[in-house]
Design a protein around this ligand. Structure first.
Ligand SMILES: Nc1ncnc2c1ncn2[C@@H]1O[C@H](COP(=O)(O)OP(=O)(O)O)[C@@H](O)[C@H]1O
Ligand SMILES: [Mg+2]
Length: 636
């Protein structure tokens, strides 16, 4: 029961307001009624006491001669006059000693209680009090009130000691000569008070009822629009749209209604925007050339678009019934859990996969996967792009690049072979011819010595000497040209010797201090690789002379089971970063190409002011083979 009341109170605003105001009105009316009753009671009591005191006073005054002379007739007249007054039940007059001189009463006094009536004790008490204060007093009983007043005689005696000329010649003297007592009926007062109480309570209840009715109407007035608003909100909640709520007032309820209207409007607009955006997304989803599929986080297919289905060779209906995991080629399938884990962790990732087509062939896809949120739930969105064509294109480019590289390699080889041939031809043929010529000339000199004519002999021999010198110079030049074309030392003594010789020659010609650190152990590289490394080395040295401004060069050649490394380090100004990839850096490009022909690579590092290091790393034949095998496996 109590719970029910609390529930109603908690749920019903109108009852809450009503009860609050009703209680307020109740308290106000009770307070006012009590206050009113209290005041009225006091007023009535005061009036009664005033009247009683006055009548007692009048009786005392009227009976003073009767008391003084103890004349019963006089007292009777005085008493009779007062007894006639309304509410007076009994009149008594006493002399100074308290002896009853006169007593008159109305007949109904018999029915009243005795205690208040002239019992000795109350009489004594009254007499003592009046004698002491020389003023009236009263005693309240349950049904009557006794009013006592002193009977006073005034006399103006001459003072024996007073003189004629003195101001207070006549001194008034008041003296108590008896007591007058009136018993007033208290029941009239009680009756009046009762009437007053009834009237006041009646007014209070009327006020309470009217107040409650007014409160109810006011509460209803307040809650009615609120209830209507609640109805509207409910409709809006279920239907999603509602008519505008009429704004009738400018108070809080009016403002609430306005806020509701604004909210409904804004929600409607937002919903419209959301719908539009959803439609846009749907159009994008269905019409995209990329395949899109949406999966739940546990991997179930939720939606898939036309493109994705077509890519896999299915219709959208068919693809819904196949498990997408089944379309993963084995290597894709292996990597899937790790990728899924990253996506669920919030990462958006793009990678390449291989899927089975409906007809069984495997085709490459580029997939971008991310986590999306829809209606508060997370889904995995995969965007598929068929990259068969791209892959084919890439493969073609790769193949043509490899062809180009092979061609370039071939050209280098041919060039080297030709250089070797020419160098040999020049060395052998020209060198041989020149040596022959030198022998011939020395024979000629010997023959010329036999000429007798001294002048002719001398000039001839001088000419011959000059020819011999020219032949020597030419032989020297021929050797140098042949050497530059193709150092025979490379073929004859190998790379280390060729590098050492080349470096010495470089030092001699450039004046740049050079140091060479050969490998600790002997190395045997095939002729092509030796040539490539030698040419790279030559280009590096040329660059040092031309660009670095270095004063020293340090060359290191190392070789182990895995690779051969050649390092050319200078202490020059340091190569600029942008030169490294510049299309004009043909020398660097040539070096790179040569290294790549052997699966190697070149790293050029430059620190401004410290120098440049060119490092060539060529993997060993075995390593290259292993790598090629592994690369093949990953491609398969
Ligand atoms: N050892 C080096 N020190 C400083 N700069 C260098 C060095 N080697 C190359 N460079 C810079 O790199 C550029 C490219 O070199 P390269 O490709 O050999 O072309 P080229 O020698 O024909 O200018 C050079 O122009 C030069 O500025
Ligand atoms: Mg160069």
């Amino acid at each position: 029961m109590r719970l029910n009341l609390l529930k109603v109170l908690n749920e019903n605003f109108r009852i809450k307001i009503f009860i609050t105001f009703a209680l307020l009105i109740f308290f106000i009316s009770v307070s006012f009624t009590s206050l009113f009753i209290h005041r009225q009671t006091k007023n009535l009591t005061d009036a009664l006491i005033k009247k009683g005191n006055l009548l007692a006073g009048v009786l005392a005054f009227n009976s003073r001669i009767g008391v003084f002379s103890e004349n019963k007739e006089l007292l009777d007249v005085a008493a009779e006059g007062i007894l006639q007054q309304e509410g007076v039940l009994e009149v008594s007059i006493f002399n100074l000693e308290g002896k009853l001189l006169k007593s008159k009463e109305r007949p109904q006094i018999r029915t009243l209680e005795k205690s208040i009536r002239r019992d000795e004790k109350s009489k004594r008490k009254a007499i003592e009090e009046i004698t002491e204060t020389v003023s009236p007093c009263y005693f309240v009983g349950s049904s009557a009130v006794e009013f006592w007043s002193p009977v006073i005689s005034d006399s103006d005696p001459y003072e024996e000691t007073s003189l004629f000329f003195k101001e207070d010649l006549l001194r008034r003297k008041s003296k108590i000569i008896g007591f007058a007592m009136i018993t007033g009926d208290k029941r009239t007062l009680d009756k009046e008070l009762n009437d007053l109480l009834v009237k006041t309570i009646f007014i209070g209840i009327t006020f309470l009822i009217i107040g409650s009715i007014v409160t109810y109407i006011v509460a209803k007035g307040i809650t009615k629009p609120l209830n209507k608003l609640i109805e509207s909100v409910k409709i809006f909640g279920t239907v999603g749209t509602v008519e505008k709520f009429p704004i009738e007032t400018k108070d809080e309820i009016g403002k609430l209604a306005m806020a509701f209207n604004n909210m409904a409007e804004s929600l409607k607009r937002r919903e419209g925007a959301l719908r539009e955006s959803e439609e846009r997304y749907r159009t994008l989803f269905t019409q995209a050339s990329d395949g899109i599929c949406i999966m739940s986080v546990d991997g179930k297919l939720v939606d898939v678009n036309e493109s994705s289905a077509r890519m896999h060779g299915y219709s959208t209906q068919e693809i819904r019934h196949i498990n997408l995991k089944d379309s993963d080629a084995p290597e894709t399938f292996q990597l899937a859990p790790e990728r899924m884990r990253r996506v669920l962790a919030g990462e958006a990732i793009t990678f390449e996969v291989k899927h089975y087509h409906k007809d069984g062939h495997v085709f490459p896809l580029e997939v971008s996967v991310s986590l999306i949120s829809y209606n508060g739930e997370s889904y995995v969105q995969c965007i598929h792009r068929d990259i068969t064509e791209r892959k084919r294109g890439e493969e073609m480019i790769q193949a043509s690049r490899e062809q180009m590289r092979a061609l370039a390699g071939r050209l280098q080889t041919v060039r080297e072979e030709e250089r070797t041939d020419i160098a040999r031809e020049i060395h052998d043929e020209l060198g041989g011819a020149l040596t022959g010529m030198k022998v011939d000339v020395s024979f000629l000199i010997k023959s010329a010595l036999k000429i007798e004519n001294e002048a002719a002999r001398t000039s001839l021999i001088a000419g011959m000497d000059s020819v011999t010198k020219s032949i020597d110079t030419t032989i020297h030049a021929v050797r140098r040209i042949a050497m530059e074309l193709r150092p025979g030392i490379l073929d004859d003594l190998g790379l280390v010797a060729a590098l050492e010789w080349q470096l010495k020659d470089f030092e001699k010609r450039s004046g740049i201090r050079s140091e060479f650190f050969p490998p600790v152990e002997d190395i045997s590289l095939d002729a092509d690789l030796s040539t490539a490394l030698f040419r790279i080395f030559q280009e590096a040295l040329t660059n040092v002379v031309r660009h670095s401004g270095a004063t020293a060069v340090c060359v290191r050649l190392r070789a182990d089971a895995d690779s051969s490394t050649l390092e050319v380090e200078d202490n020059g100004k340091g190569i600029e970063k942008e030169k490294l990839l510049s299309s004009e850096s043909l020398g660097l490009l040539g070096m790179r190409e040569r290294a790549q022909m052997f699966g190697g690579r070149i790293t050029v590092t430059g620190t401004p002011g410290t120098g440049t290091t060119v490092k060539v790393e060529i993997p060993s034949v075995e390593k290259r083979k292993i790598e090629r095998d592994q690369g093949g496996a990953t491609l398969r």
